[in-house]
Design a protein around this ligand. Structure first.
Ligand SMILES: Cc1ncc(COP(=O)(O)O)c(C=O)c1O
Length: 407
C-alpha cells in the first residue's frame, strides 16, 4: 500500500459536530472554540477568529497602528501571503535570511537589521518547530520592538516551558484543512495584555460569516480529501494519476493546491468561519494533543533513522516541536521525489518560497542565499499522526534506498 503525502485529521467526530451545529440553541461554537483554544493552548490569552491567518496578521498590525513608513522584519523563507499581509498595511518588509539548513531565521543578524522605523519582528514557528523565543524576545525588548509569533503551523508547540503564541505581544494562527488544528478554513489571532483585543474584535465584527452552502462545500471537500488519502483508495486512484503527470514533469496535487503569490486582495469581503466550521474546530480541539503527540512520535523516530544519511539535511527540530511536517534538503530533490514515488512514498515540495525575490521588479540574485537554496532543495516526507512505526520504517528505508540509487 502506498503512503500519501498528507491525511486530514478530520473524521466522523467532526462530521457529527458539523451536523449537530444545525440544531437550534446550545452554545455558540465560535465562542466555544475561541475559549477552548485560549484555555488549552494560549494560557488564557484572548482569541479572535479571522477569515485566515494572513488577515489575522493584517488586523494585528493595524490594531498596533503599524502602516506606511514602518518596517516589519521576518524570515525570507516564508509563506508568501505573510509579507503580502504586511505590505497591505502600507508597511515595508525587511527580510532575514535563514540559517544554512535550519529553515529558521538567522537570529544572529536580527540586532543589526532593526532600525528606527522597525516596529515589529515576526518569529515563524515553521513546520511546528518552535523558534528560540527567549533569545528573540530579549532582542526585541532591548530594541523596543514588538514580537509577533506566526503559529500557523505550530499550535500546541512548546518554546521552552511556554506554549508558542504566548511569548510575543501577539500571535496568529491558520486553521486551514491541512493544519494540525482545523476549522476547514479560517484563522485566528491572539493577544497578550499589552495589546487590547477590542480593536481586533471591532475589525472582525465588520465581516460576514461563510454561508451555509459554502460551509457544506468545505465539509464535502474535507470528506473527499479523507477518502482520496485513504491508503487503499490513494494507491488505486491518486497515485497512478500522480505518476502519469509526473512523466510530464508536473506534481498535480501541488499544482492544484498552490496559490499564486501576489498582493493581498479581498480583505474587506473576506468571510469569518461559520458556526458549522467552528463546530468542527471544537471537535478538533478535543484531540489536538493526541494528534500532536503522534506527530512528535513519528517525527523523532524518522529523524533518528535519517539524521546520519549522507547528502541529506534533516530539519534540526527542537524539543517542543509538533512536527507539522518533516522537511529535508537534497540537491536533487526532484529526482529523490521521483524515486520515492516509485517506492510508494508520496512527497511534496511545500509552499514556502524565498520571499525576498517575490514582488521585486527584476530578478536579482537573492539577497538571502540560504532561503533561496532551501526553497530549491526542500522536500517534505510524510509524518502525519495516522502513520504507524512500520510505515515510518518504510519511509526511512525508501529514502536510504533512493539516495543510494541516486549516488
Ligand atoms: C507559516 C505560515 N504562515 C502563514 C500562513 C497563512 O495562512 P492562511 O492561509 O490561513 O492565511 C501559512 C499558510 O499555510 C503558513 O504556513
Amino acid at each position: 500500500m502506498n503512503i500519501p503525502r498528507f491525511r486530514p485529521t478530520t473524521s466522523l467526530r467532526e462530521a457529527v459536530t458539523f451536523l449537530q451545529s444545525f440544531l437550534p440553541g446550545g452554545l455558540d461554537p465560535a465562542e466555544q472554540f475561541a475559549a477552548g483554544l485560549s484555555d488549552g493552548a494560549l494560557a488564557g490569552n484572548p482569541v479572535v477568529l479571522a477569515p485566515s491567518a494572513r488577515i489575522a496578521l493584517y488586523w494585528l498590525l493595524k490594531s498596533l497602528g503599524i502602516g506606511p513608513g514602518d518596517h516589519v522584519i521576518l524570515q525570507a523563507f516564508n509563506f508568501p501571503a505573510v509579507p503580502a499581509a504586511i505590505r497591505a498595511t502600507g508597511a515595508e518588509v525587511g527580510f532575514l535570511d535563514v540559517g544554512a539548513g535550519t529553515f529558521e531565521a538567522d537570529w544572529s543578524a536580527l540586532e543589526s537589521v532593526i532600525g528606527d522605523r522597525t516596529k515589529a519582528v515576526i518569529a515563524t514557528h515553521l513546520y511546528g518547530n518552535p523558534v528560540d523565543l527567549a533569545r528573540v524576545k530579549r532582542i526585541c525588548d532591548s530594541k523596543g520592538v514588538i514580537l509577533i509569533e506566526d503559529c500557523a503551523q505550530a499550535i500546541g508547540a512548546m518554546a521552552g516551558r511556554r506554549k508558542v503564541g504566548t511569548v510575543g505581544e501577539g500571535a496568529f494562527f491558520s486553521l486551514g484543512p491541512t493544519k494540525n488544528l482545523t476549522l476547514l478554513g479560517g484563522g485566528a489571532v491572539s493577544t497578550s495584555d499589552s495589546i487590547p483585543s477590542a480593536k481586533i474584535r471591532d475589525m472582525a465584527s465588520a465581516h460576514r460569516s461563510v454561508g451555509l452552502g459554502a460551509s457544506i462545500k468545505l465539509a464535502a471537500k474535507a470528506a473527499a480529501m479523507g477518502v482520496a488519502t485513504n491508503p487503499m483508495v490513494f494507491s488505486m486512484t491518486l497515485m497512478p494519476i500522480l505518476r502519469f503527470f509526473e512523466r510530464r514533469g508536473t506534481d498535480l496535487v501541488h499544482e492544484v493546491m498552490q496559490e499564486p503569490a501576489g498582493p493581498l486582495t479581498g480583505i474587506e469581503n473576506a468571510r469569518m468561519p461559520s458556526r458549522q466550521m467552528a463546530a468542527v474546530g471544537v471537535a478538533q480541539l478535543c484531540r489536538l494533543e493526541r494528534m500532536n503527540r503522534a506527530r512528535v512520535r513519528n517525527g523523532w523516530y524518522l529523524r533518528s533513522r535519517l539524521q546520519e544519511v549522507q547528502d541529506l539535511i534533516v530539519c534540526p527540530m527542537r524539543t517542543g516541536s509538533v512536527f507539522m511536517s518533516f522537511p529535508v534538503l537534497h540537491p536533487q530533490r526532484e529526482a529523490l521525489a521521483l524515486q520515492l514515488r516509485r517506492r510508494g512514498i508520496d512527497t511534496d515540495f511545500g509552499f514556502m518560497a524565498d520571499c525576498s525575490t517575490i514582488e521585486v521588479d527584476e530578478s536579482p540574485e537573492s539577497p538571502c542565499p540560504n532561503a533561496e537554496r532551501t526553497a530549491r532543495e526542500i522536500l517534505h516526507l510524510p509524518v502525519y499522526p495516522f502513520l504507524k512505526k512500520r510505515q515510518m520504517d518504510r519511509i526511512a528505508d525508501a529514502v536510504r534506498d533512493a539516495l543510494q540509487d541516486l549516488s
